[in-house]
Design a protein around this ligand. Sequence first.
Ligand code: ZN
Length: 699
Amino acid sequence: MRIMLSLGAIFFVACSAFGQLPATPQAPPKELPKLEHFNTTNVDAKAEPCDDFYKYVDATWLAAHPIPADHVFWGAVGPLELWNETLLVQTLEKNSADDPKRTSNEQKVGDYYFACMDTKAIDAHAADWLKPELQRIAAIKDKAGFAEEVAHLHQTIPGAWEGNDNETNAALFGFSGGPDFDDASHNVAEIDQGGMALPGRSFYLDDEAKAKEIRAKYLKHIANIFVLSGEKPEQAKADADVVLAMETDMAKAAMDPVTRRDPKNLNNKMSLAQLKALTPSFDWDLYFKLAKAPSTPHYIVTSPAFFKGLEVMLTEHSQEHWKTYLRWRMLHGNAPGLSEAFVKEDFDFFSHTLFGAQELQPRWRRCVRGTDRNLGEALGQVYVERAFPASSKQRVLQMVQDLQKVLGQDIEDASWMTPATKKQAQEKLRATLNKIGYPDKWRDYSSVSIGRSSYLLNRQHTAAFEFQRWVNKIGTPLDRTEWGMTPPTIDAYEDPQSNTVNFPAGILQPPFFDPQQDDAVNYGAIGAVIGHEIIHGFDDEGRKFDSKGNLRDWWTESDSKAYDERGKCISSQYTQEVPEAGPGVKQDGHLTQGEDTADNGGLRLALVALQSALARDGKSLNDKGPDGFTTLQRFFLAYAFAWCTQYRPEMIRTLVLTNPHSYPKYRVNNVVSNMPEFKQAFGCHNGQKMVHQDFCRIW
Ligand SMILES: [Zn+2]
């Protein structure tokens, strides 16, 4: 399990999509597309900034740029996504030629892409590839065979070992090495809940009409997948019922995402004997042996109730039911690597029904993303060479350090904190490791075998490599320099256990970071992103970890209380109806509290850092630019433009129910409404919507 508190700029959907609009070409463009740069011509002068700032800045652009049919969202970041992928595909097309002069990495990424694009071979051989997988499951006779298959799924399906709170991808449960909560300097074994294919447990348990409609479609989808694998329709329908019933049992036993946000609830240390007592019907010894798991002083079982529930299921469901479940997990996990019929069926439910995509994205884009996901640090090196000059790295690092200085001052000045807690907070801030763009040491993929003839096998080999890489961490010291995102990723994250902030080169591009623009724009856009990640170390979850990444309460009781009071202001502000997600859909401000705290604090840090940068150059926030806006106004405009994004209603609903990030409109409006500087910049009055009665503020 990884705790990665991300920015959530782009939500990669398993099979998201692209189509016929010029922005989403069916074939890779010959030239790099145009990037979107900040400019004020989109501002709607007739709209009232103090009533709806998001509308004032972004509505014109959004009206002119409808969501392409094969996308689930579109915004100012869309062109950057296409730009990054075009740059990558140029490399991949070059490397996919069967040239003996290729380096090992070039051969791997090139052949991975080649086999992924070879739909003729995939369609011709998918049934053959699937056969041994189905036979394995059919041959299961006992407890040992069951554990063996779970290990096999973890070793052959990308991400199937990864338990998670809002992307429950794991086949049955998650297993990997990860930092010990009490001593983050070394890794121990972690076992996490999983086993459900829908995006969150509420999808199984909610009773409202929309949830029921989605479950009915899910049942149909499972049955369709079984039919594609060779089952008779009657049997497939009955099997789908079994799968949904079993996943629903898992959802009932699973920990809810709000409870999971408190790391204390995850820190359940167990001996092997205790783990076995929790789920005695699962053959743990055999599973760990097959997973080649190093010995570990203890296991962290993030959700004991889930494994207790699993035990009940293991004793109550027949072996046939379990074989049906495993067959579903195997087919579901491999679907994107199989024939077009599987891919289409997978798209139809997981991208269309859950996220609203109208069309499947062109194959080349799916293959670029797949190569990035599975061989990311081999492919990412070229991206860095072509798209991320040393000057950008230097400038961004300087900004990160400047914003950290601002937070240091803010902690010093905080009237609600006692000196003892301030001292520890400063220590944590000083100990943060800043990682910009790409890793210093690239991952070694030499042990991964990639060929040109079987796409499914290539996927399985990269999955096995990744699983083993995570399992091998058990018993080793924590490596703080390792990255959890690939270089071209348009996102960023803070990791509280390694105490690092991480900014991939993919997001250090326009409209976020733009060397052509002035400080007002860069601090409003990438400055707010940087501030967001820095604040994560001090949000309601991050603050529970100390300078060394250990889960330790370093707050005095009165400071903790003062913090929670301030946090409540934020969580109640964001507990709100989200009409864009459909009637009655409500955001739970406790789920999004950490992200909202990071948004609010992040923009404030960026503003104070901007003031210092301006002072260094003898400039001021009140200077007027040629576009008629002041520097302070341009700062807020750039912030709102970076979040200029619209989602399909299905996607908004799915994310509001499961994702810890707020919808972009609220990431803009709720944040600026908490800032007296915004009120002043646009001359807003008390009583207007963009002026909160209480300015919520932690940092
Ligand atoms: Zn975040």
